[in-house]
Ligand binder design. Structure first.
Ligand code: KG4
Ligand code: ZN
Length: 335
């Protein structure tokens, strides 16, 4: 079965073609980052308009790259939610319209399920069951995954998502959006011993997260440095490093707890923040001590992309699942 995947939930237009026999045939991505840069975040109306401009050309590009035409498609999967309603609508309308014209199946996919299954596009496929750490700009969740669609939320952020905290700290440091990679680059040159920031909610049981206080702590530290005339380049790097260390440590502590409590031996890490190099290194070290293993998507499939939607869609379409109604779901809990 050849499945076209369409992702338009936020500020990336992603399209891919996945073949259940031959794997990923082609994928293309158009990022709107430059469009939203001057606003310091995603502007929903601009996002929808840009998806409208880019989606059809990207579909043509992916089909051409795979040496196929529309009539070679067996099904279309699109992100039905969660996300920005106008942006989701572009993908949903295109998917349903194309599927109807071609007389093929169509399925709306949960964006976070796409992220969660993205490591399965790699050579070493994580087998069910596992614990998933979903860390993106909108979500920080630990989920127990018994099988496809069998999700149990173990814990989540009670305020900001980890990626959102990275983005806000980037803003404080006058770095452009999206800030995660920028803060991580600055942290590379930071001294880990200079500041120690709090590891929120690690001193109490459970696997919920909170990143809002850490963000405020970062702001206070920057203001104090500025007041004392000490906010030089090295201090900016040291603050970025202290912030990153605190986020990474907190995520590692909670992942370790979730694995121990659930008895699972595999951890799947996905979503934009899973691209963070220091997070990967720290998780690998911590998990090897537990006899557990972590699985990650390749770099470009950590952030939003069409391949994860094509893949998640293919898994569900293979079970006979279809979507009859064109109904984006901007708020849609995973479990
Ligand atoms: O999954 P994603 O592309 O979009 C959402 O569904 O939110 O995640 C984007 C988030 C942004 O907050 C971005 O700053 C963060 O992932 N991010 C990173 C890194 N790369 C992307 N955060 C920390 N370190 C990175 N290397
Ligand atoms: Zn995402």
């Amino acid at each position: 079965m050849r499945v076209l995947g369409i992702e338009t939930s936020c500020d990336e237009t992603g399209v891919a073609l996945y073949d259940t026999e031959h794997g990923l045939l082609a994928d293309a991505l158009y990022s709107q980052v430059a469009l939203h840069a001057e606003f310091g975040g995603v502007v929903p109306e601009l996002a929808s308009r840009d998806h409208t401009r880019k989606l059809l050309p990207l579909i043509d590009e992916v089909l051409a790259e795979a040496g196929m035409v529309k009539s070679d498609l067996d099904a279309i999967a699109y992100t039905a939610g969660p996300g920005l309603v106008g942006a989701l609508m572009v993908g949903a309308c295109t998917a349903h319209g194309m599927a109807r014209a071609l007389g093929i199946s169509v399925l709306g996919v949960h964006h976070m399920e796409g992220h969660l299954l993205a490591p399965m596009l790699e050579d070493e496929v994580p087998e069910f069951p596992f614990v998933a750490l979903l860390v993106s700009g909108g979500h920080t969740q630990l989920v127990d995954v018994a099988g496809l669609g069998e999700y149990r939320l173990l814990g989540e952020s009670v305020d900001d998502a980890a990626g959102e905290a990275f983005d806000k700290v980037a803003k404080m440091l006058d770095l452009p959006y999206p800030g995660g990679p920028q803060v991580a680059a600055l942290a590379e040159r930071g001294d880990t011993a200079r500041f120690r920031f709090p590891r929120p909610m690690t001193d109490r049981p459970g696997v919920d997260f909170s990143f809002s206080g850490l963000k405020t702590h970062t702001l206070t530290t920057l203001r104090t440095l500025e007041r004392d005339g000490a906010l030089d380049e090295q201090s900016r790097c040291d603050v970025a490093r202290a912030f990153e260390d605190a986020v990474v440590d907190t995520l590692v502590i909670k992942c370790r707890r979730a694995l121990q409590a659930s008895g699972r031996q595999r951890l799947v890490v996905a979503g934009g923040v899973s691209a963070n190099r220091r997070l990967r290194a720290a998780l690998d070290t911590a998990l090897s001590k537990l006899g557990a293993q972590a699985f990650y998507p390749r770099g470009r499939f950590c952030t939003d992309n069409g391949a994860m939607i094509a893949y998640a869609g293919a898994r569900r379409l293979a079970l006979g699942q279809r979507t009859d109604t064109l109904q984006p779901r901007p708020r849609w809990p995973l479990s």
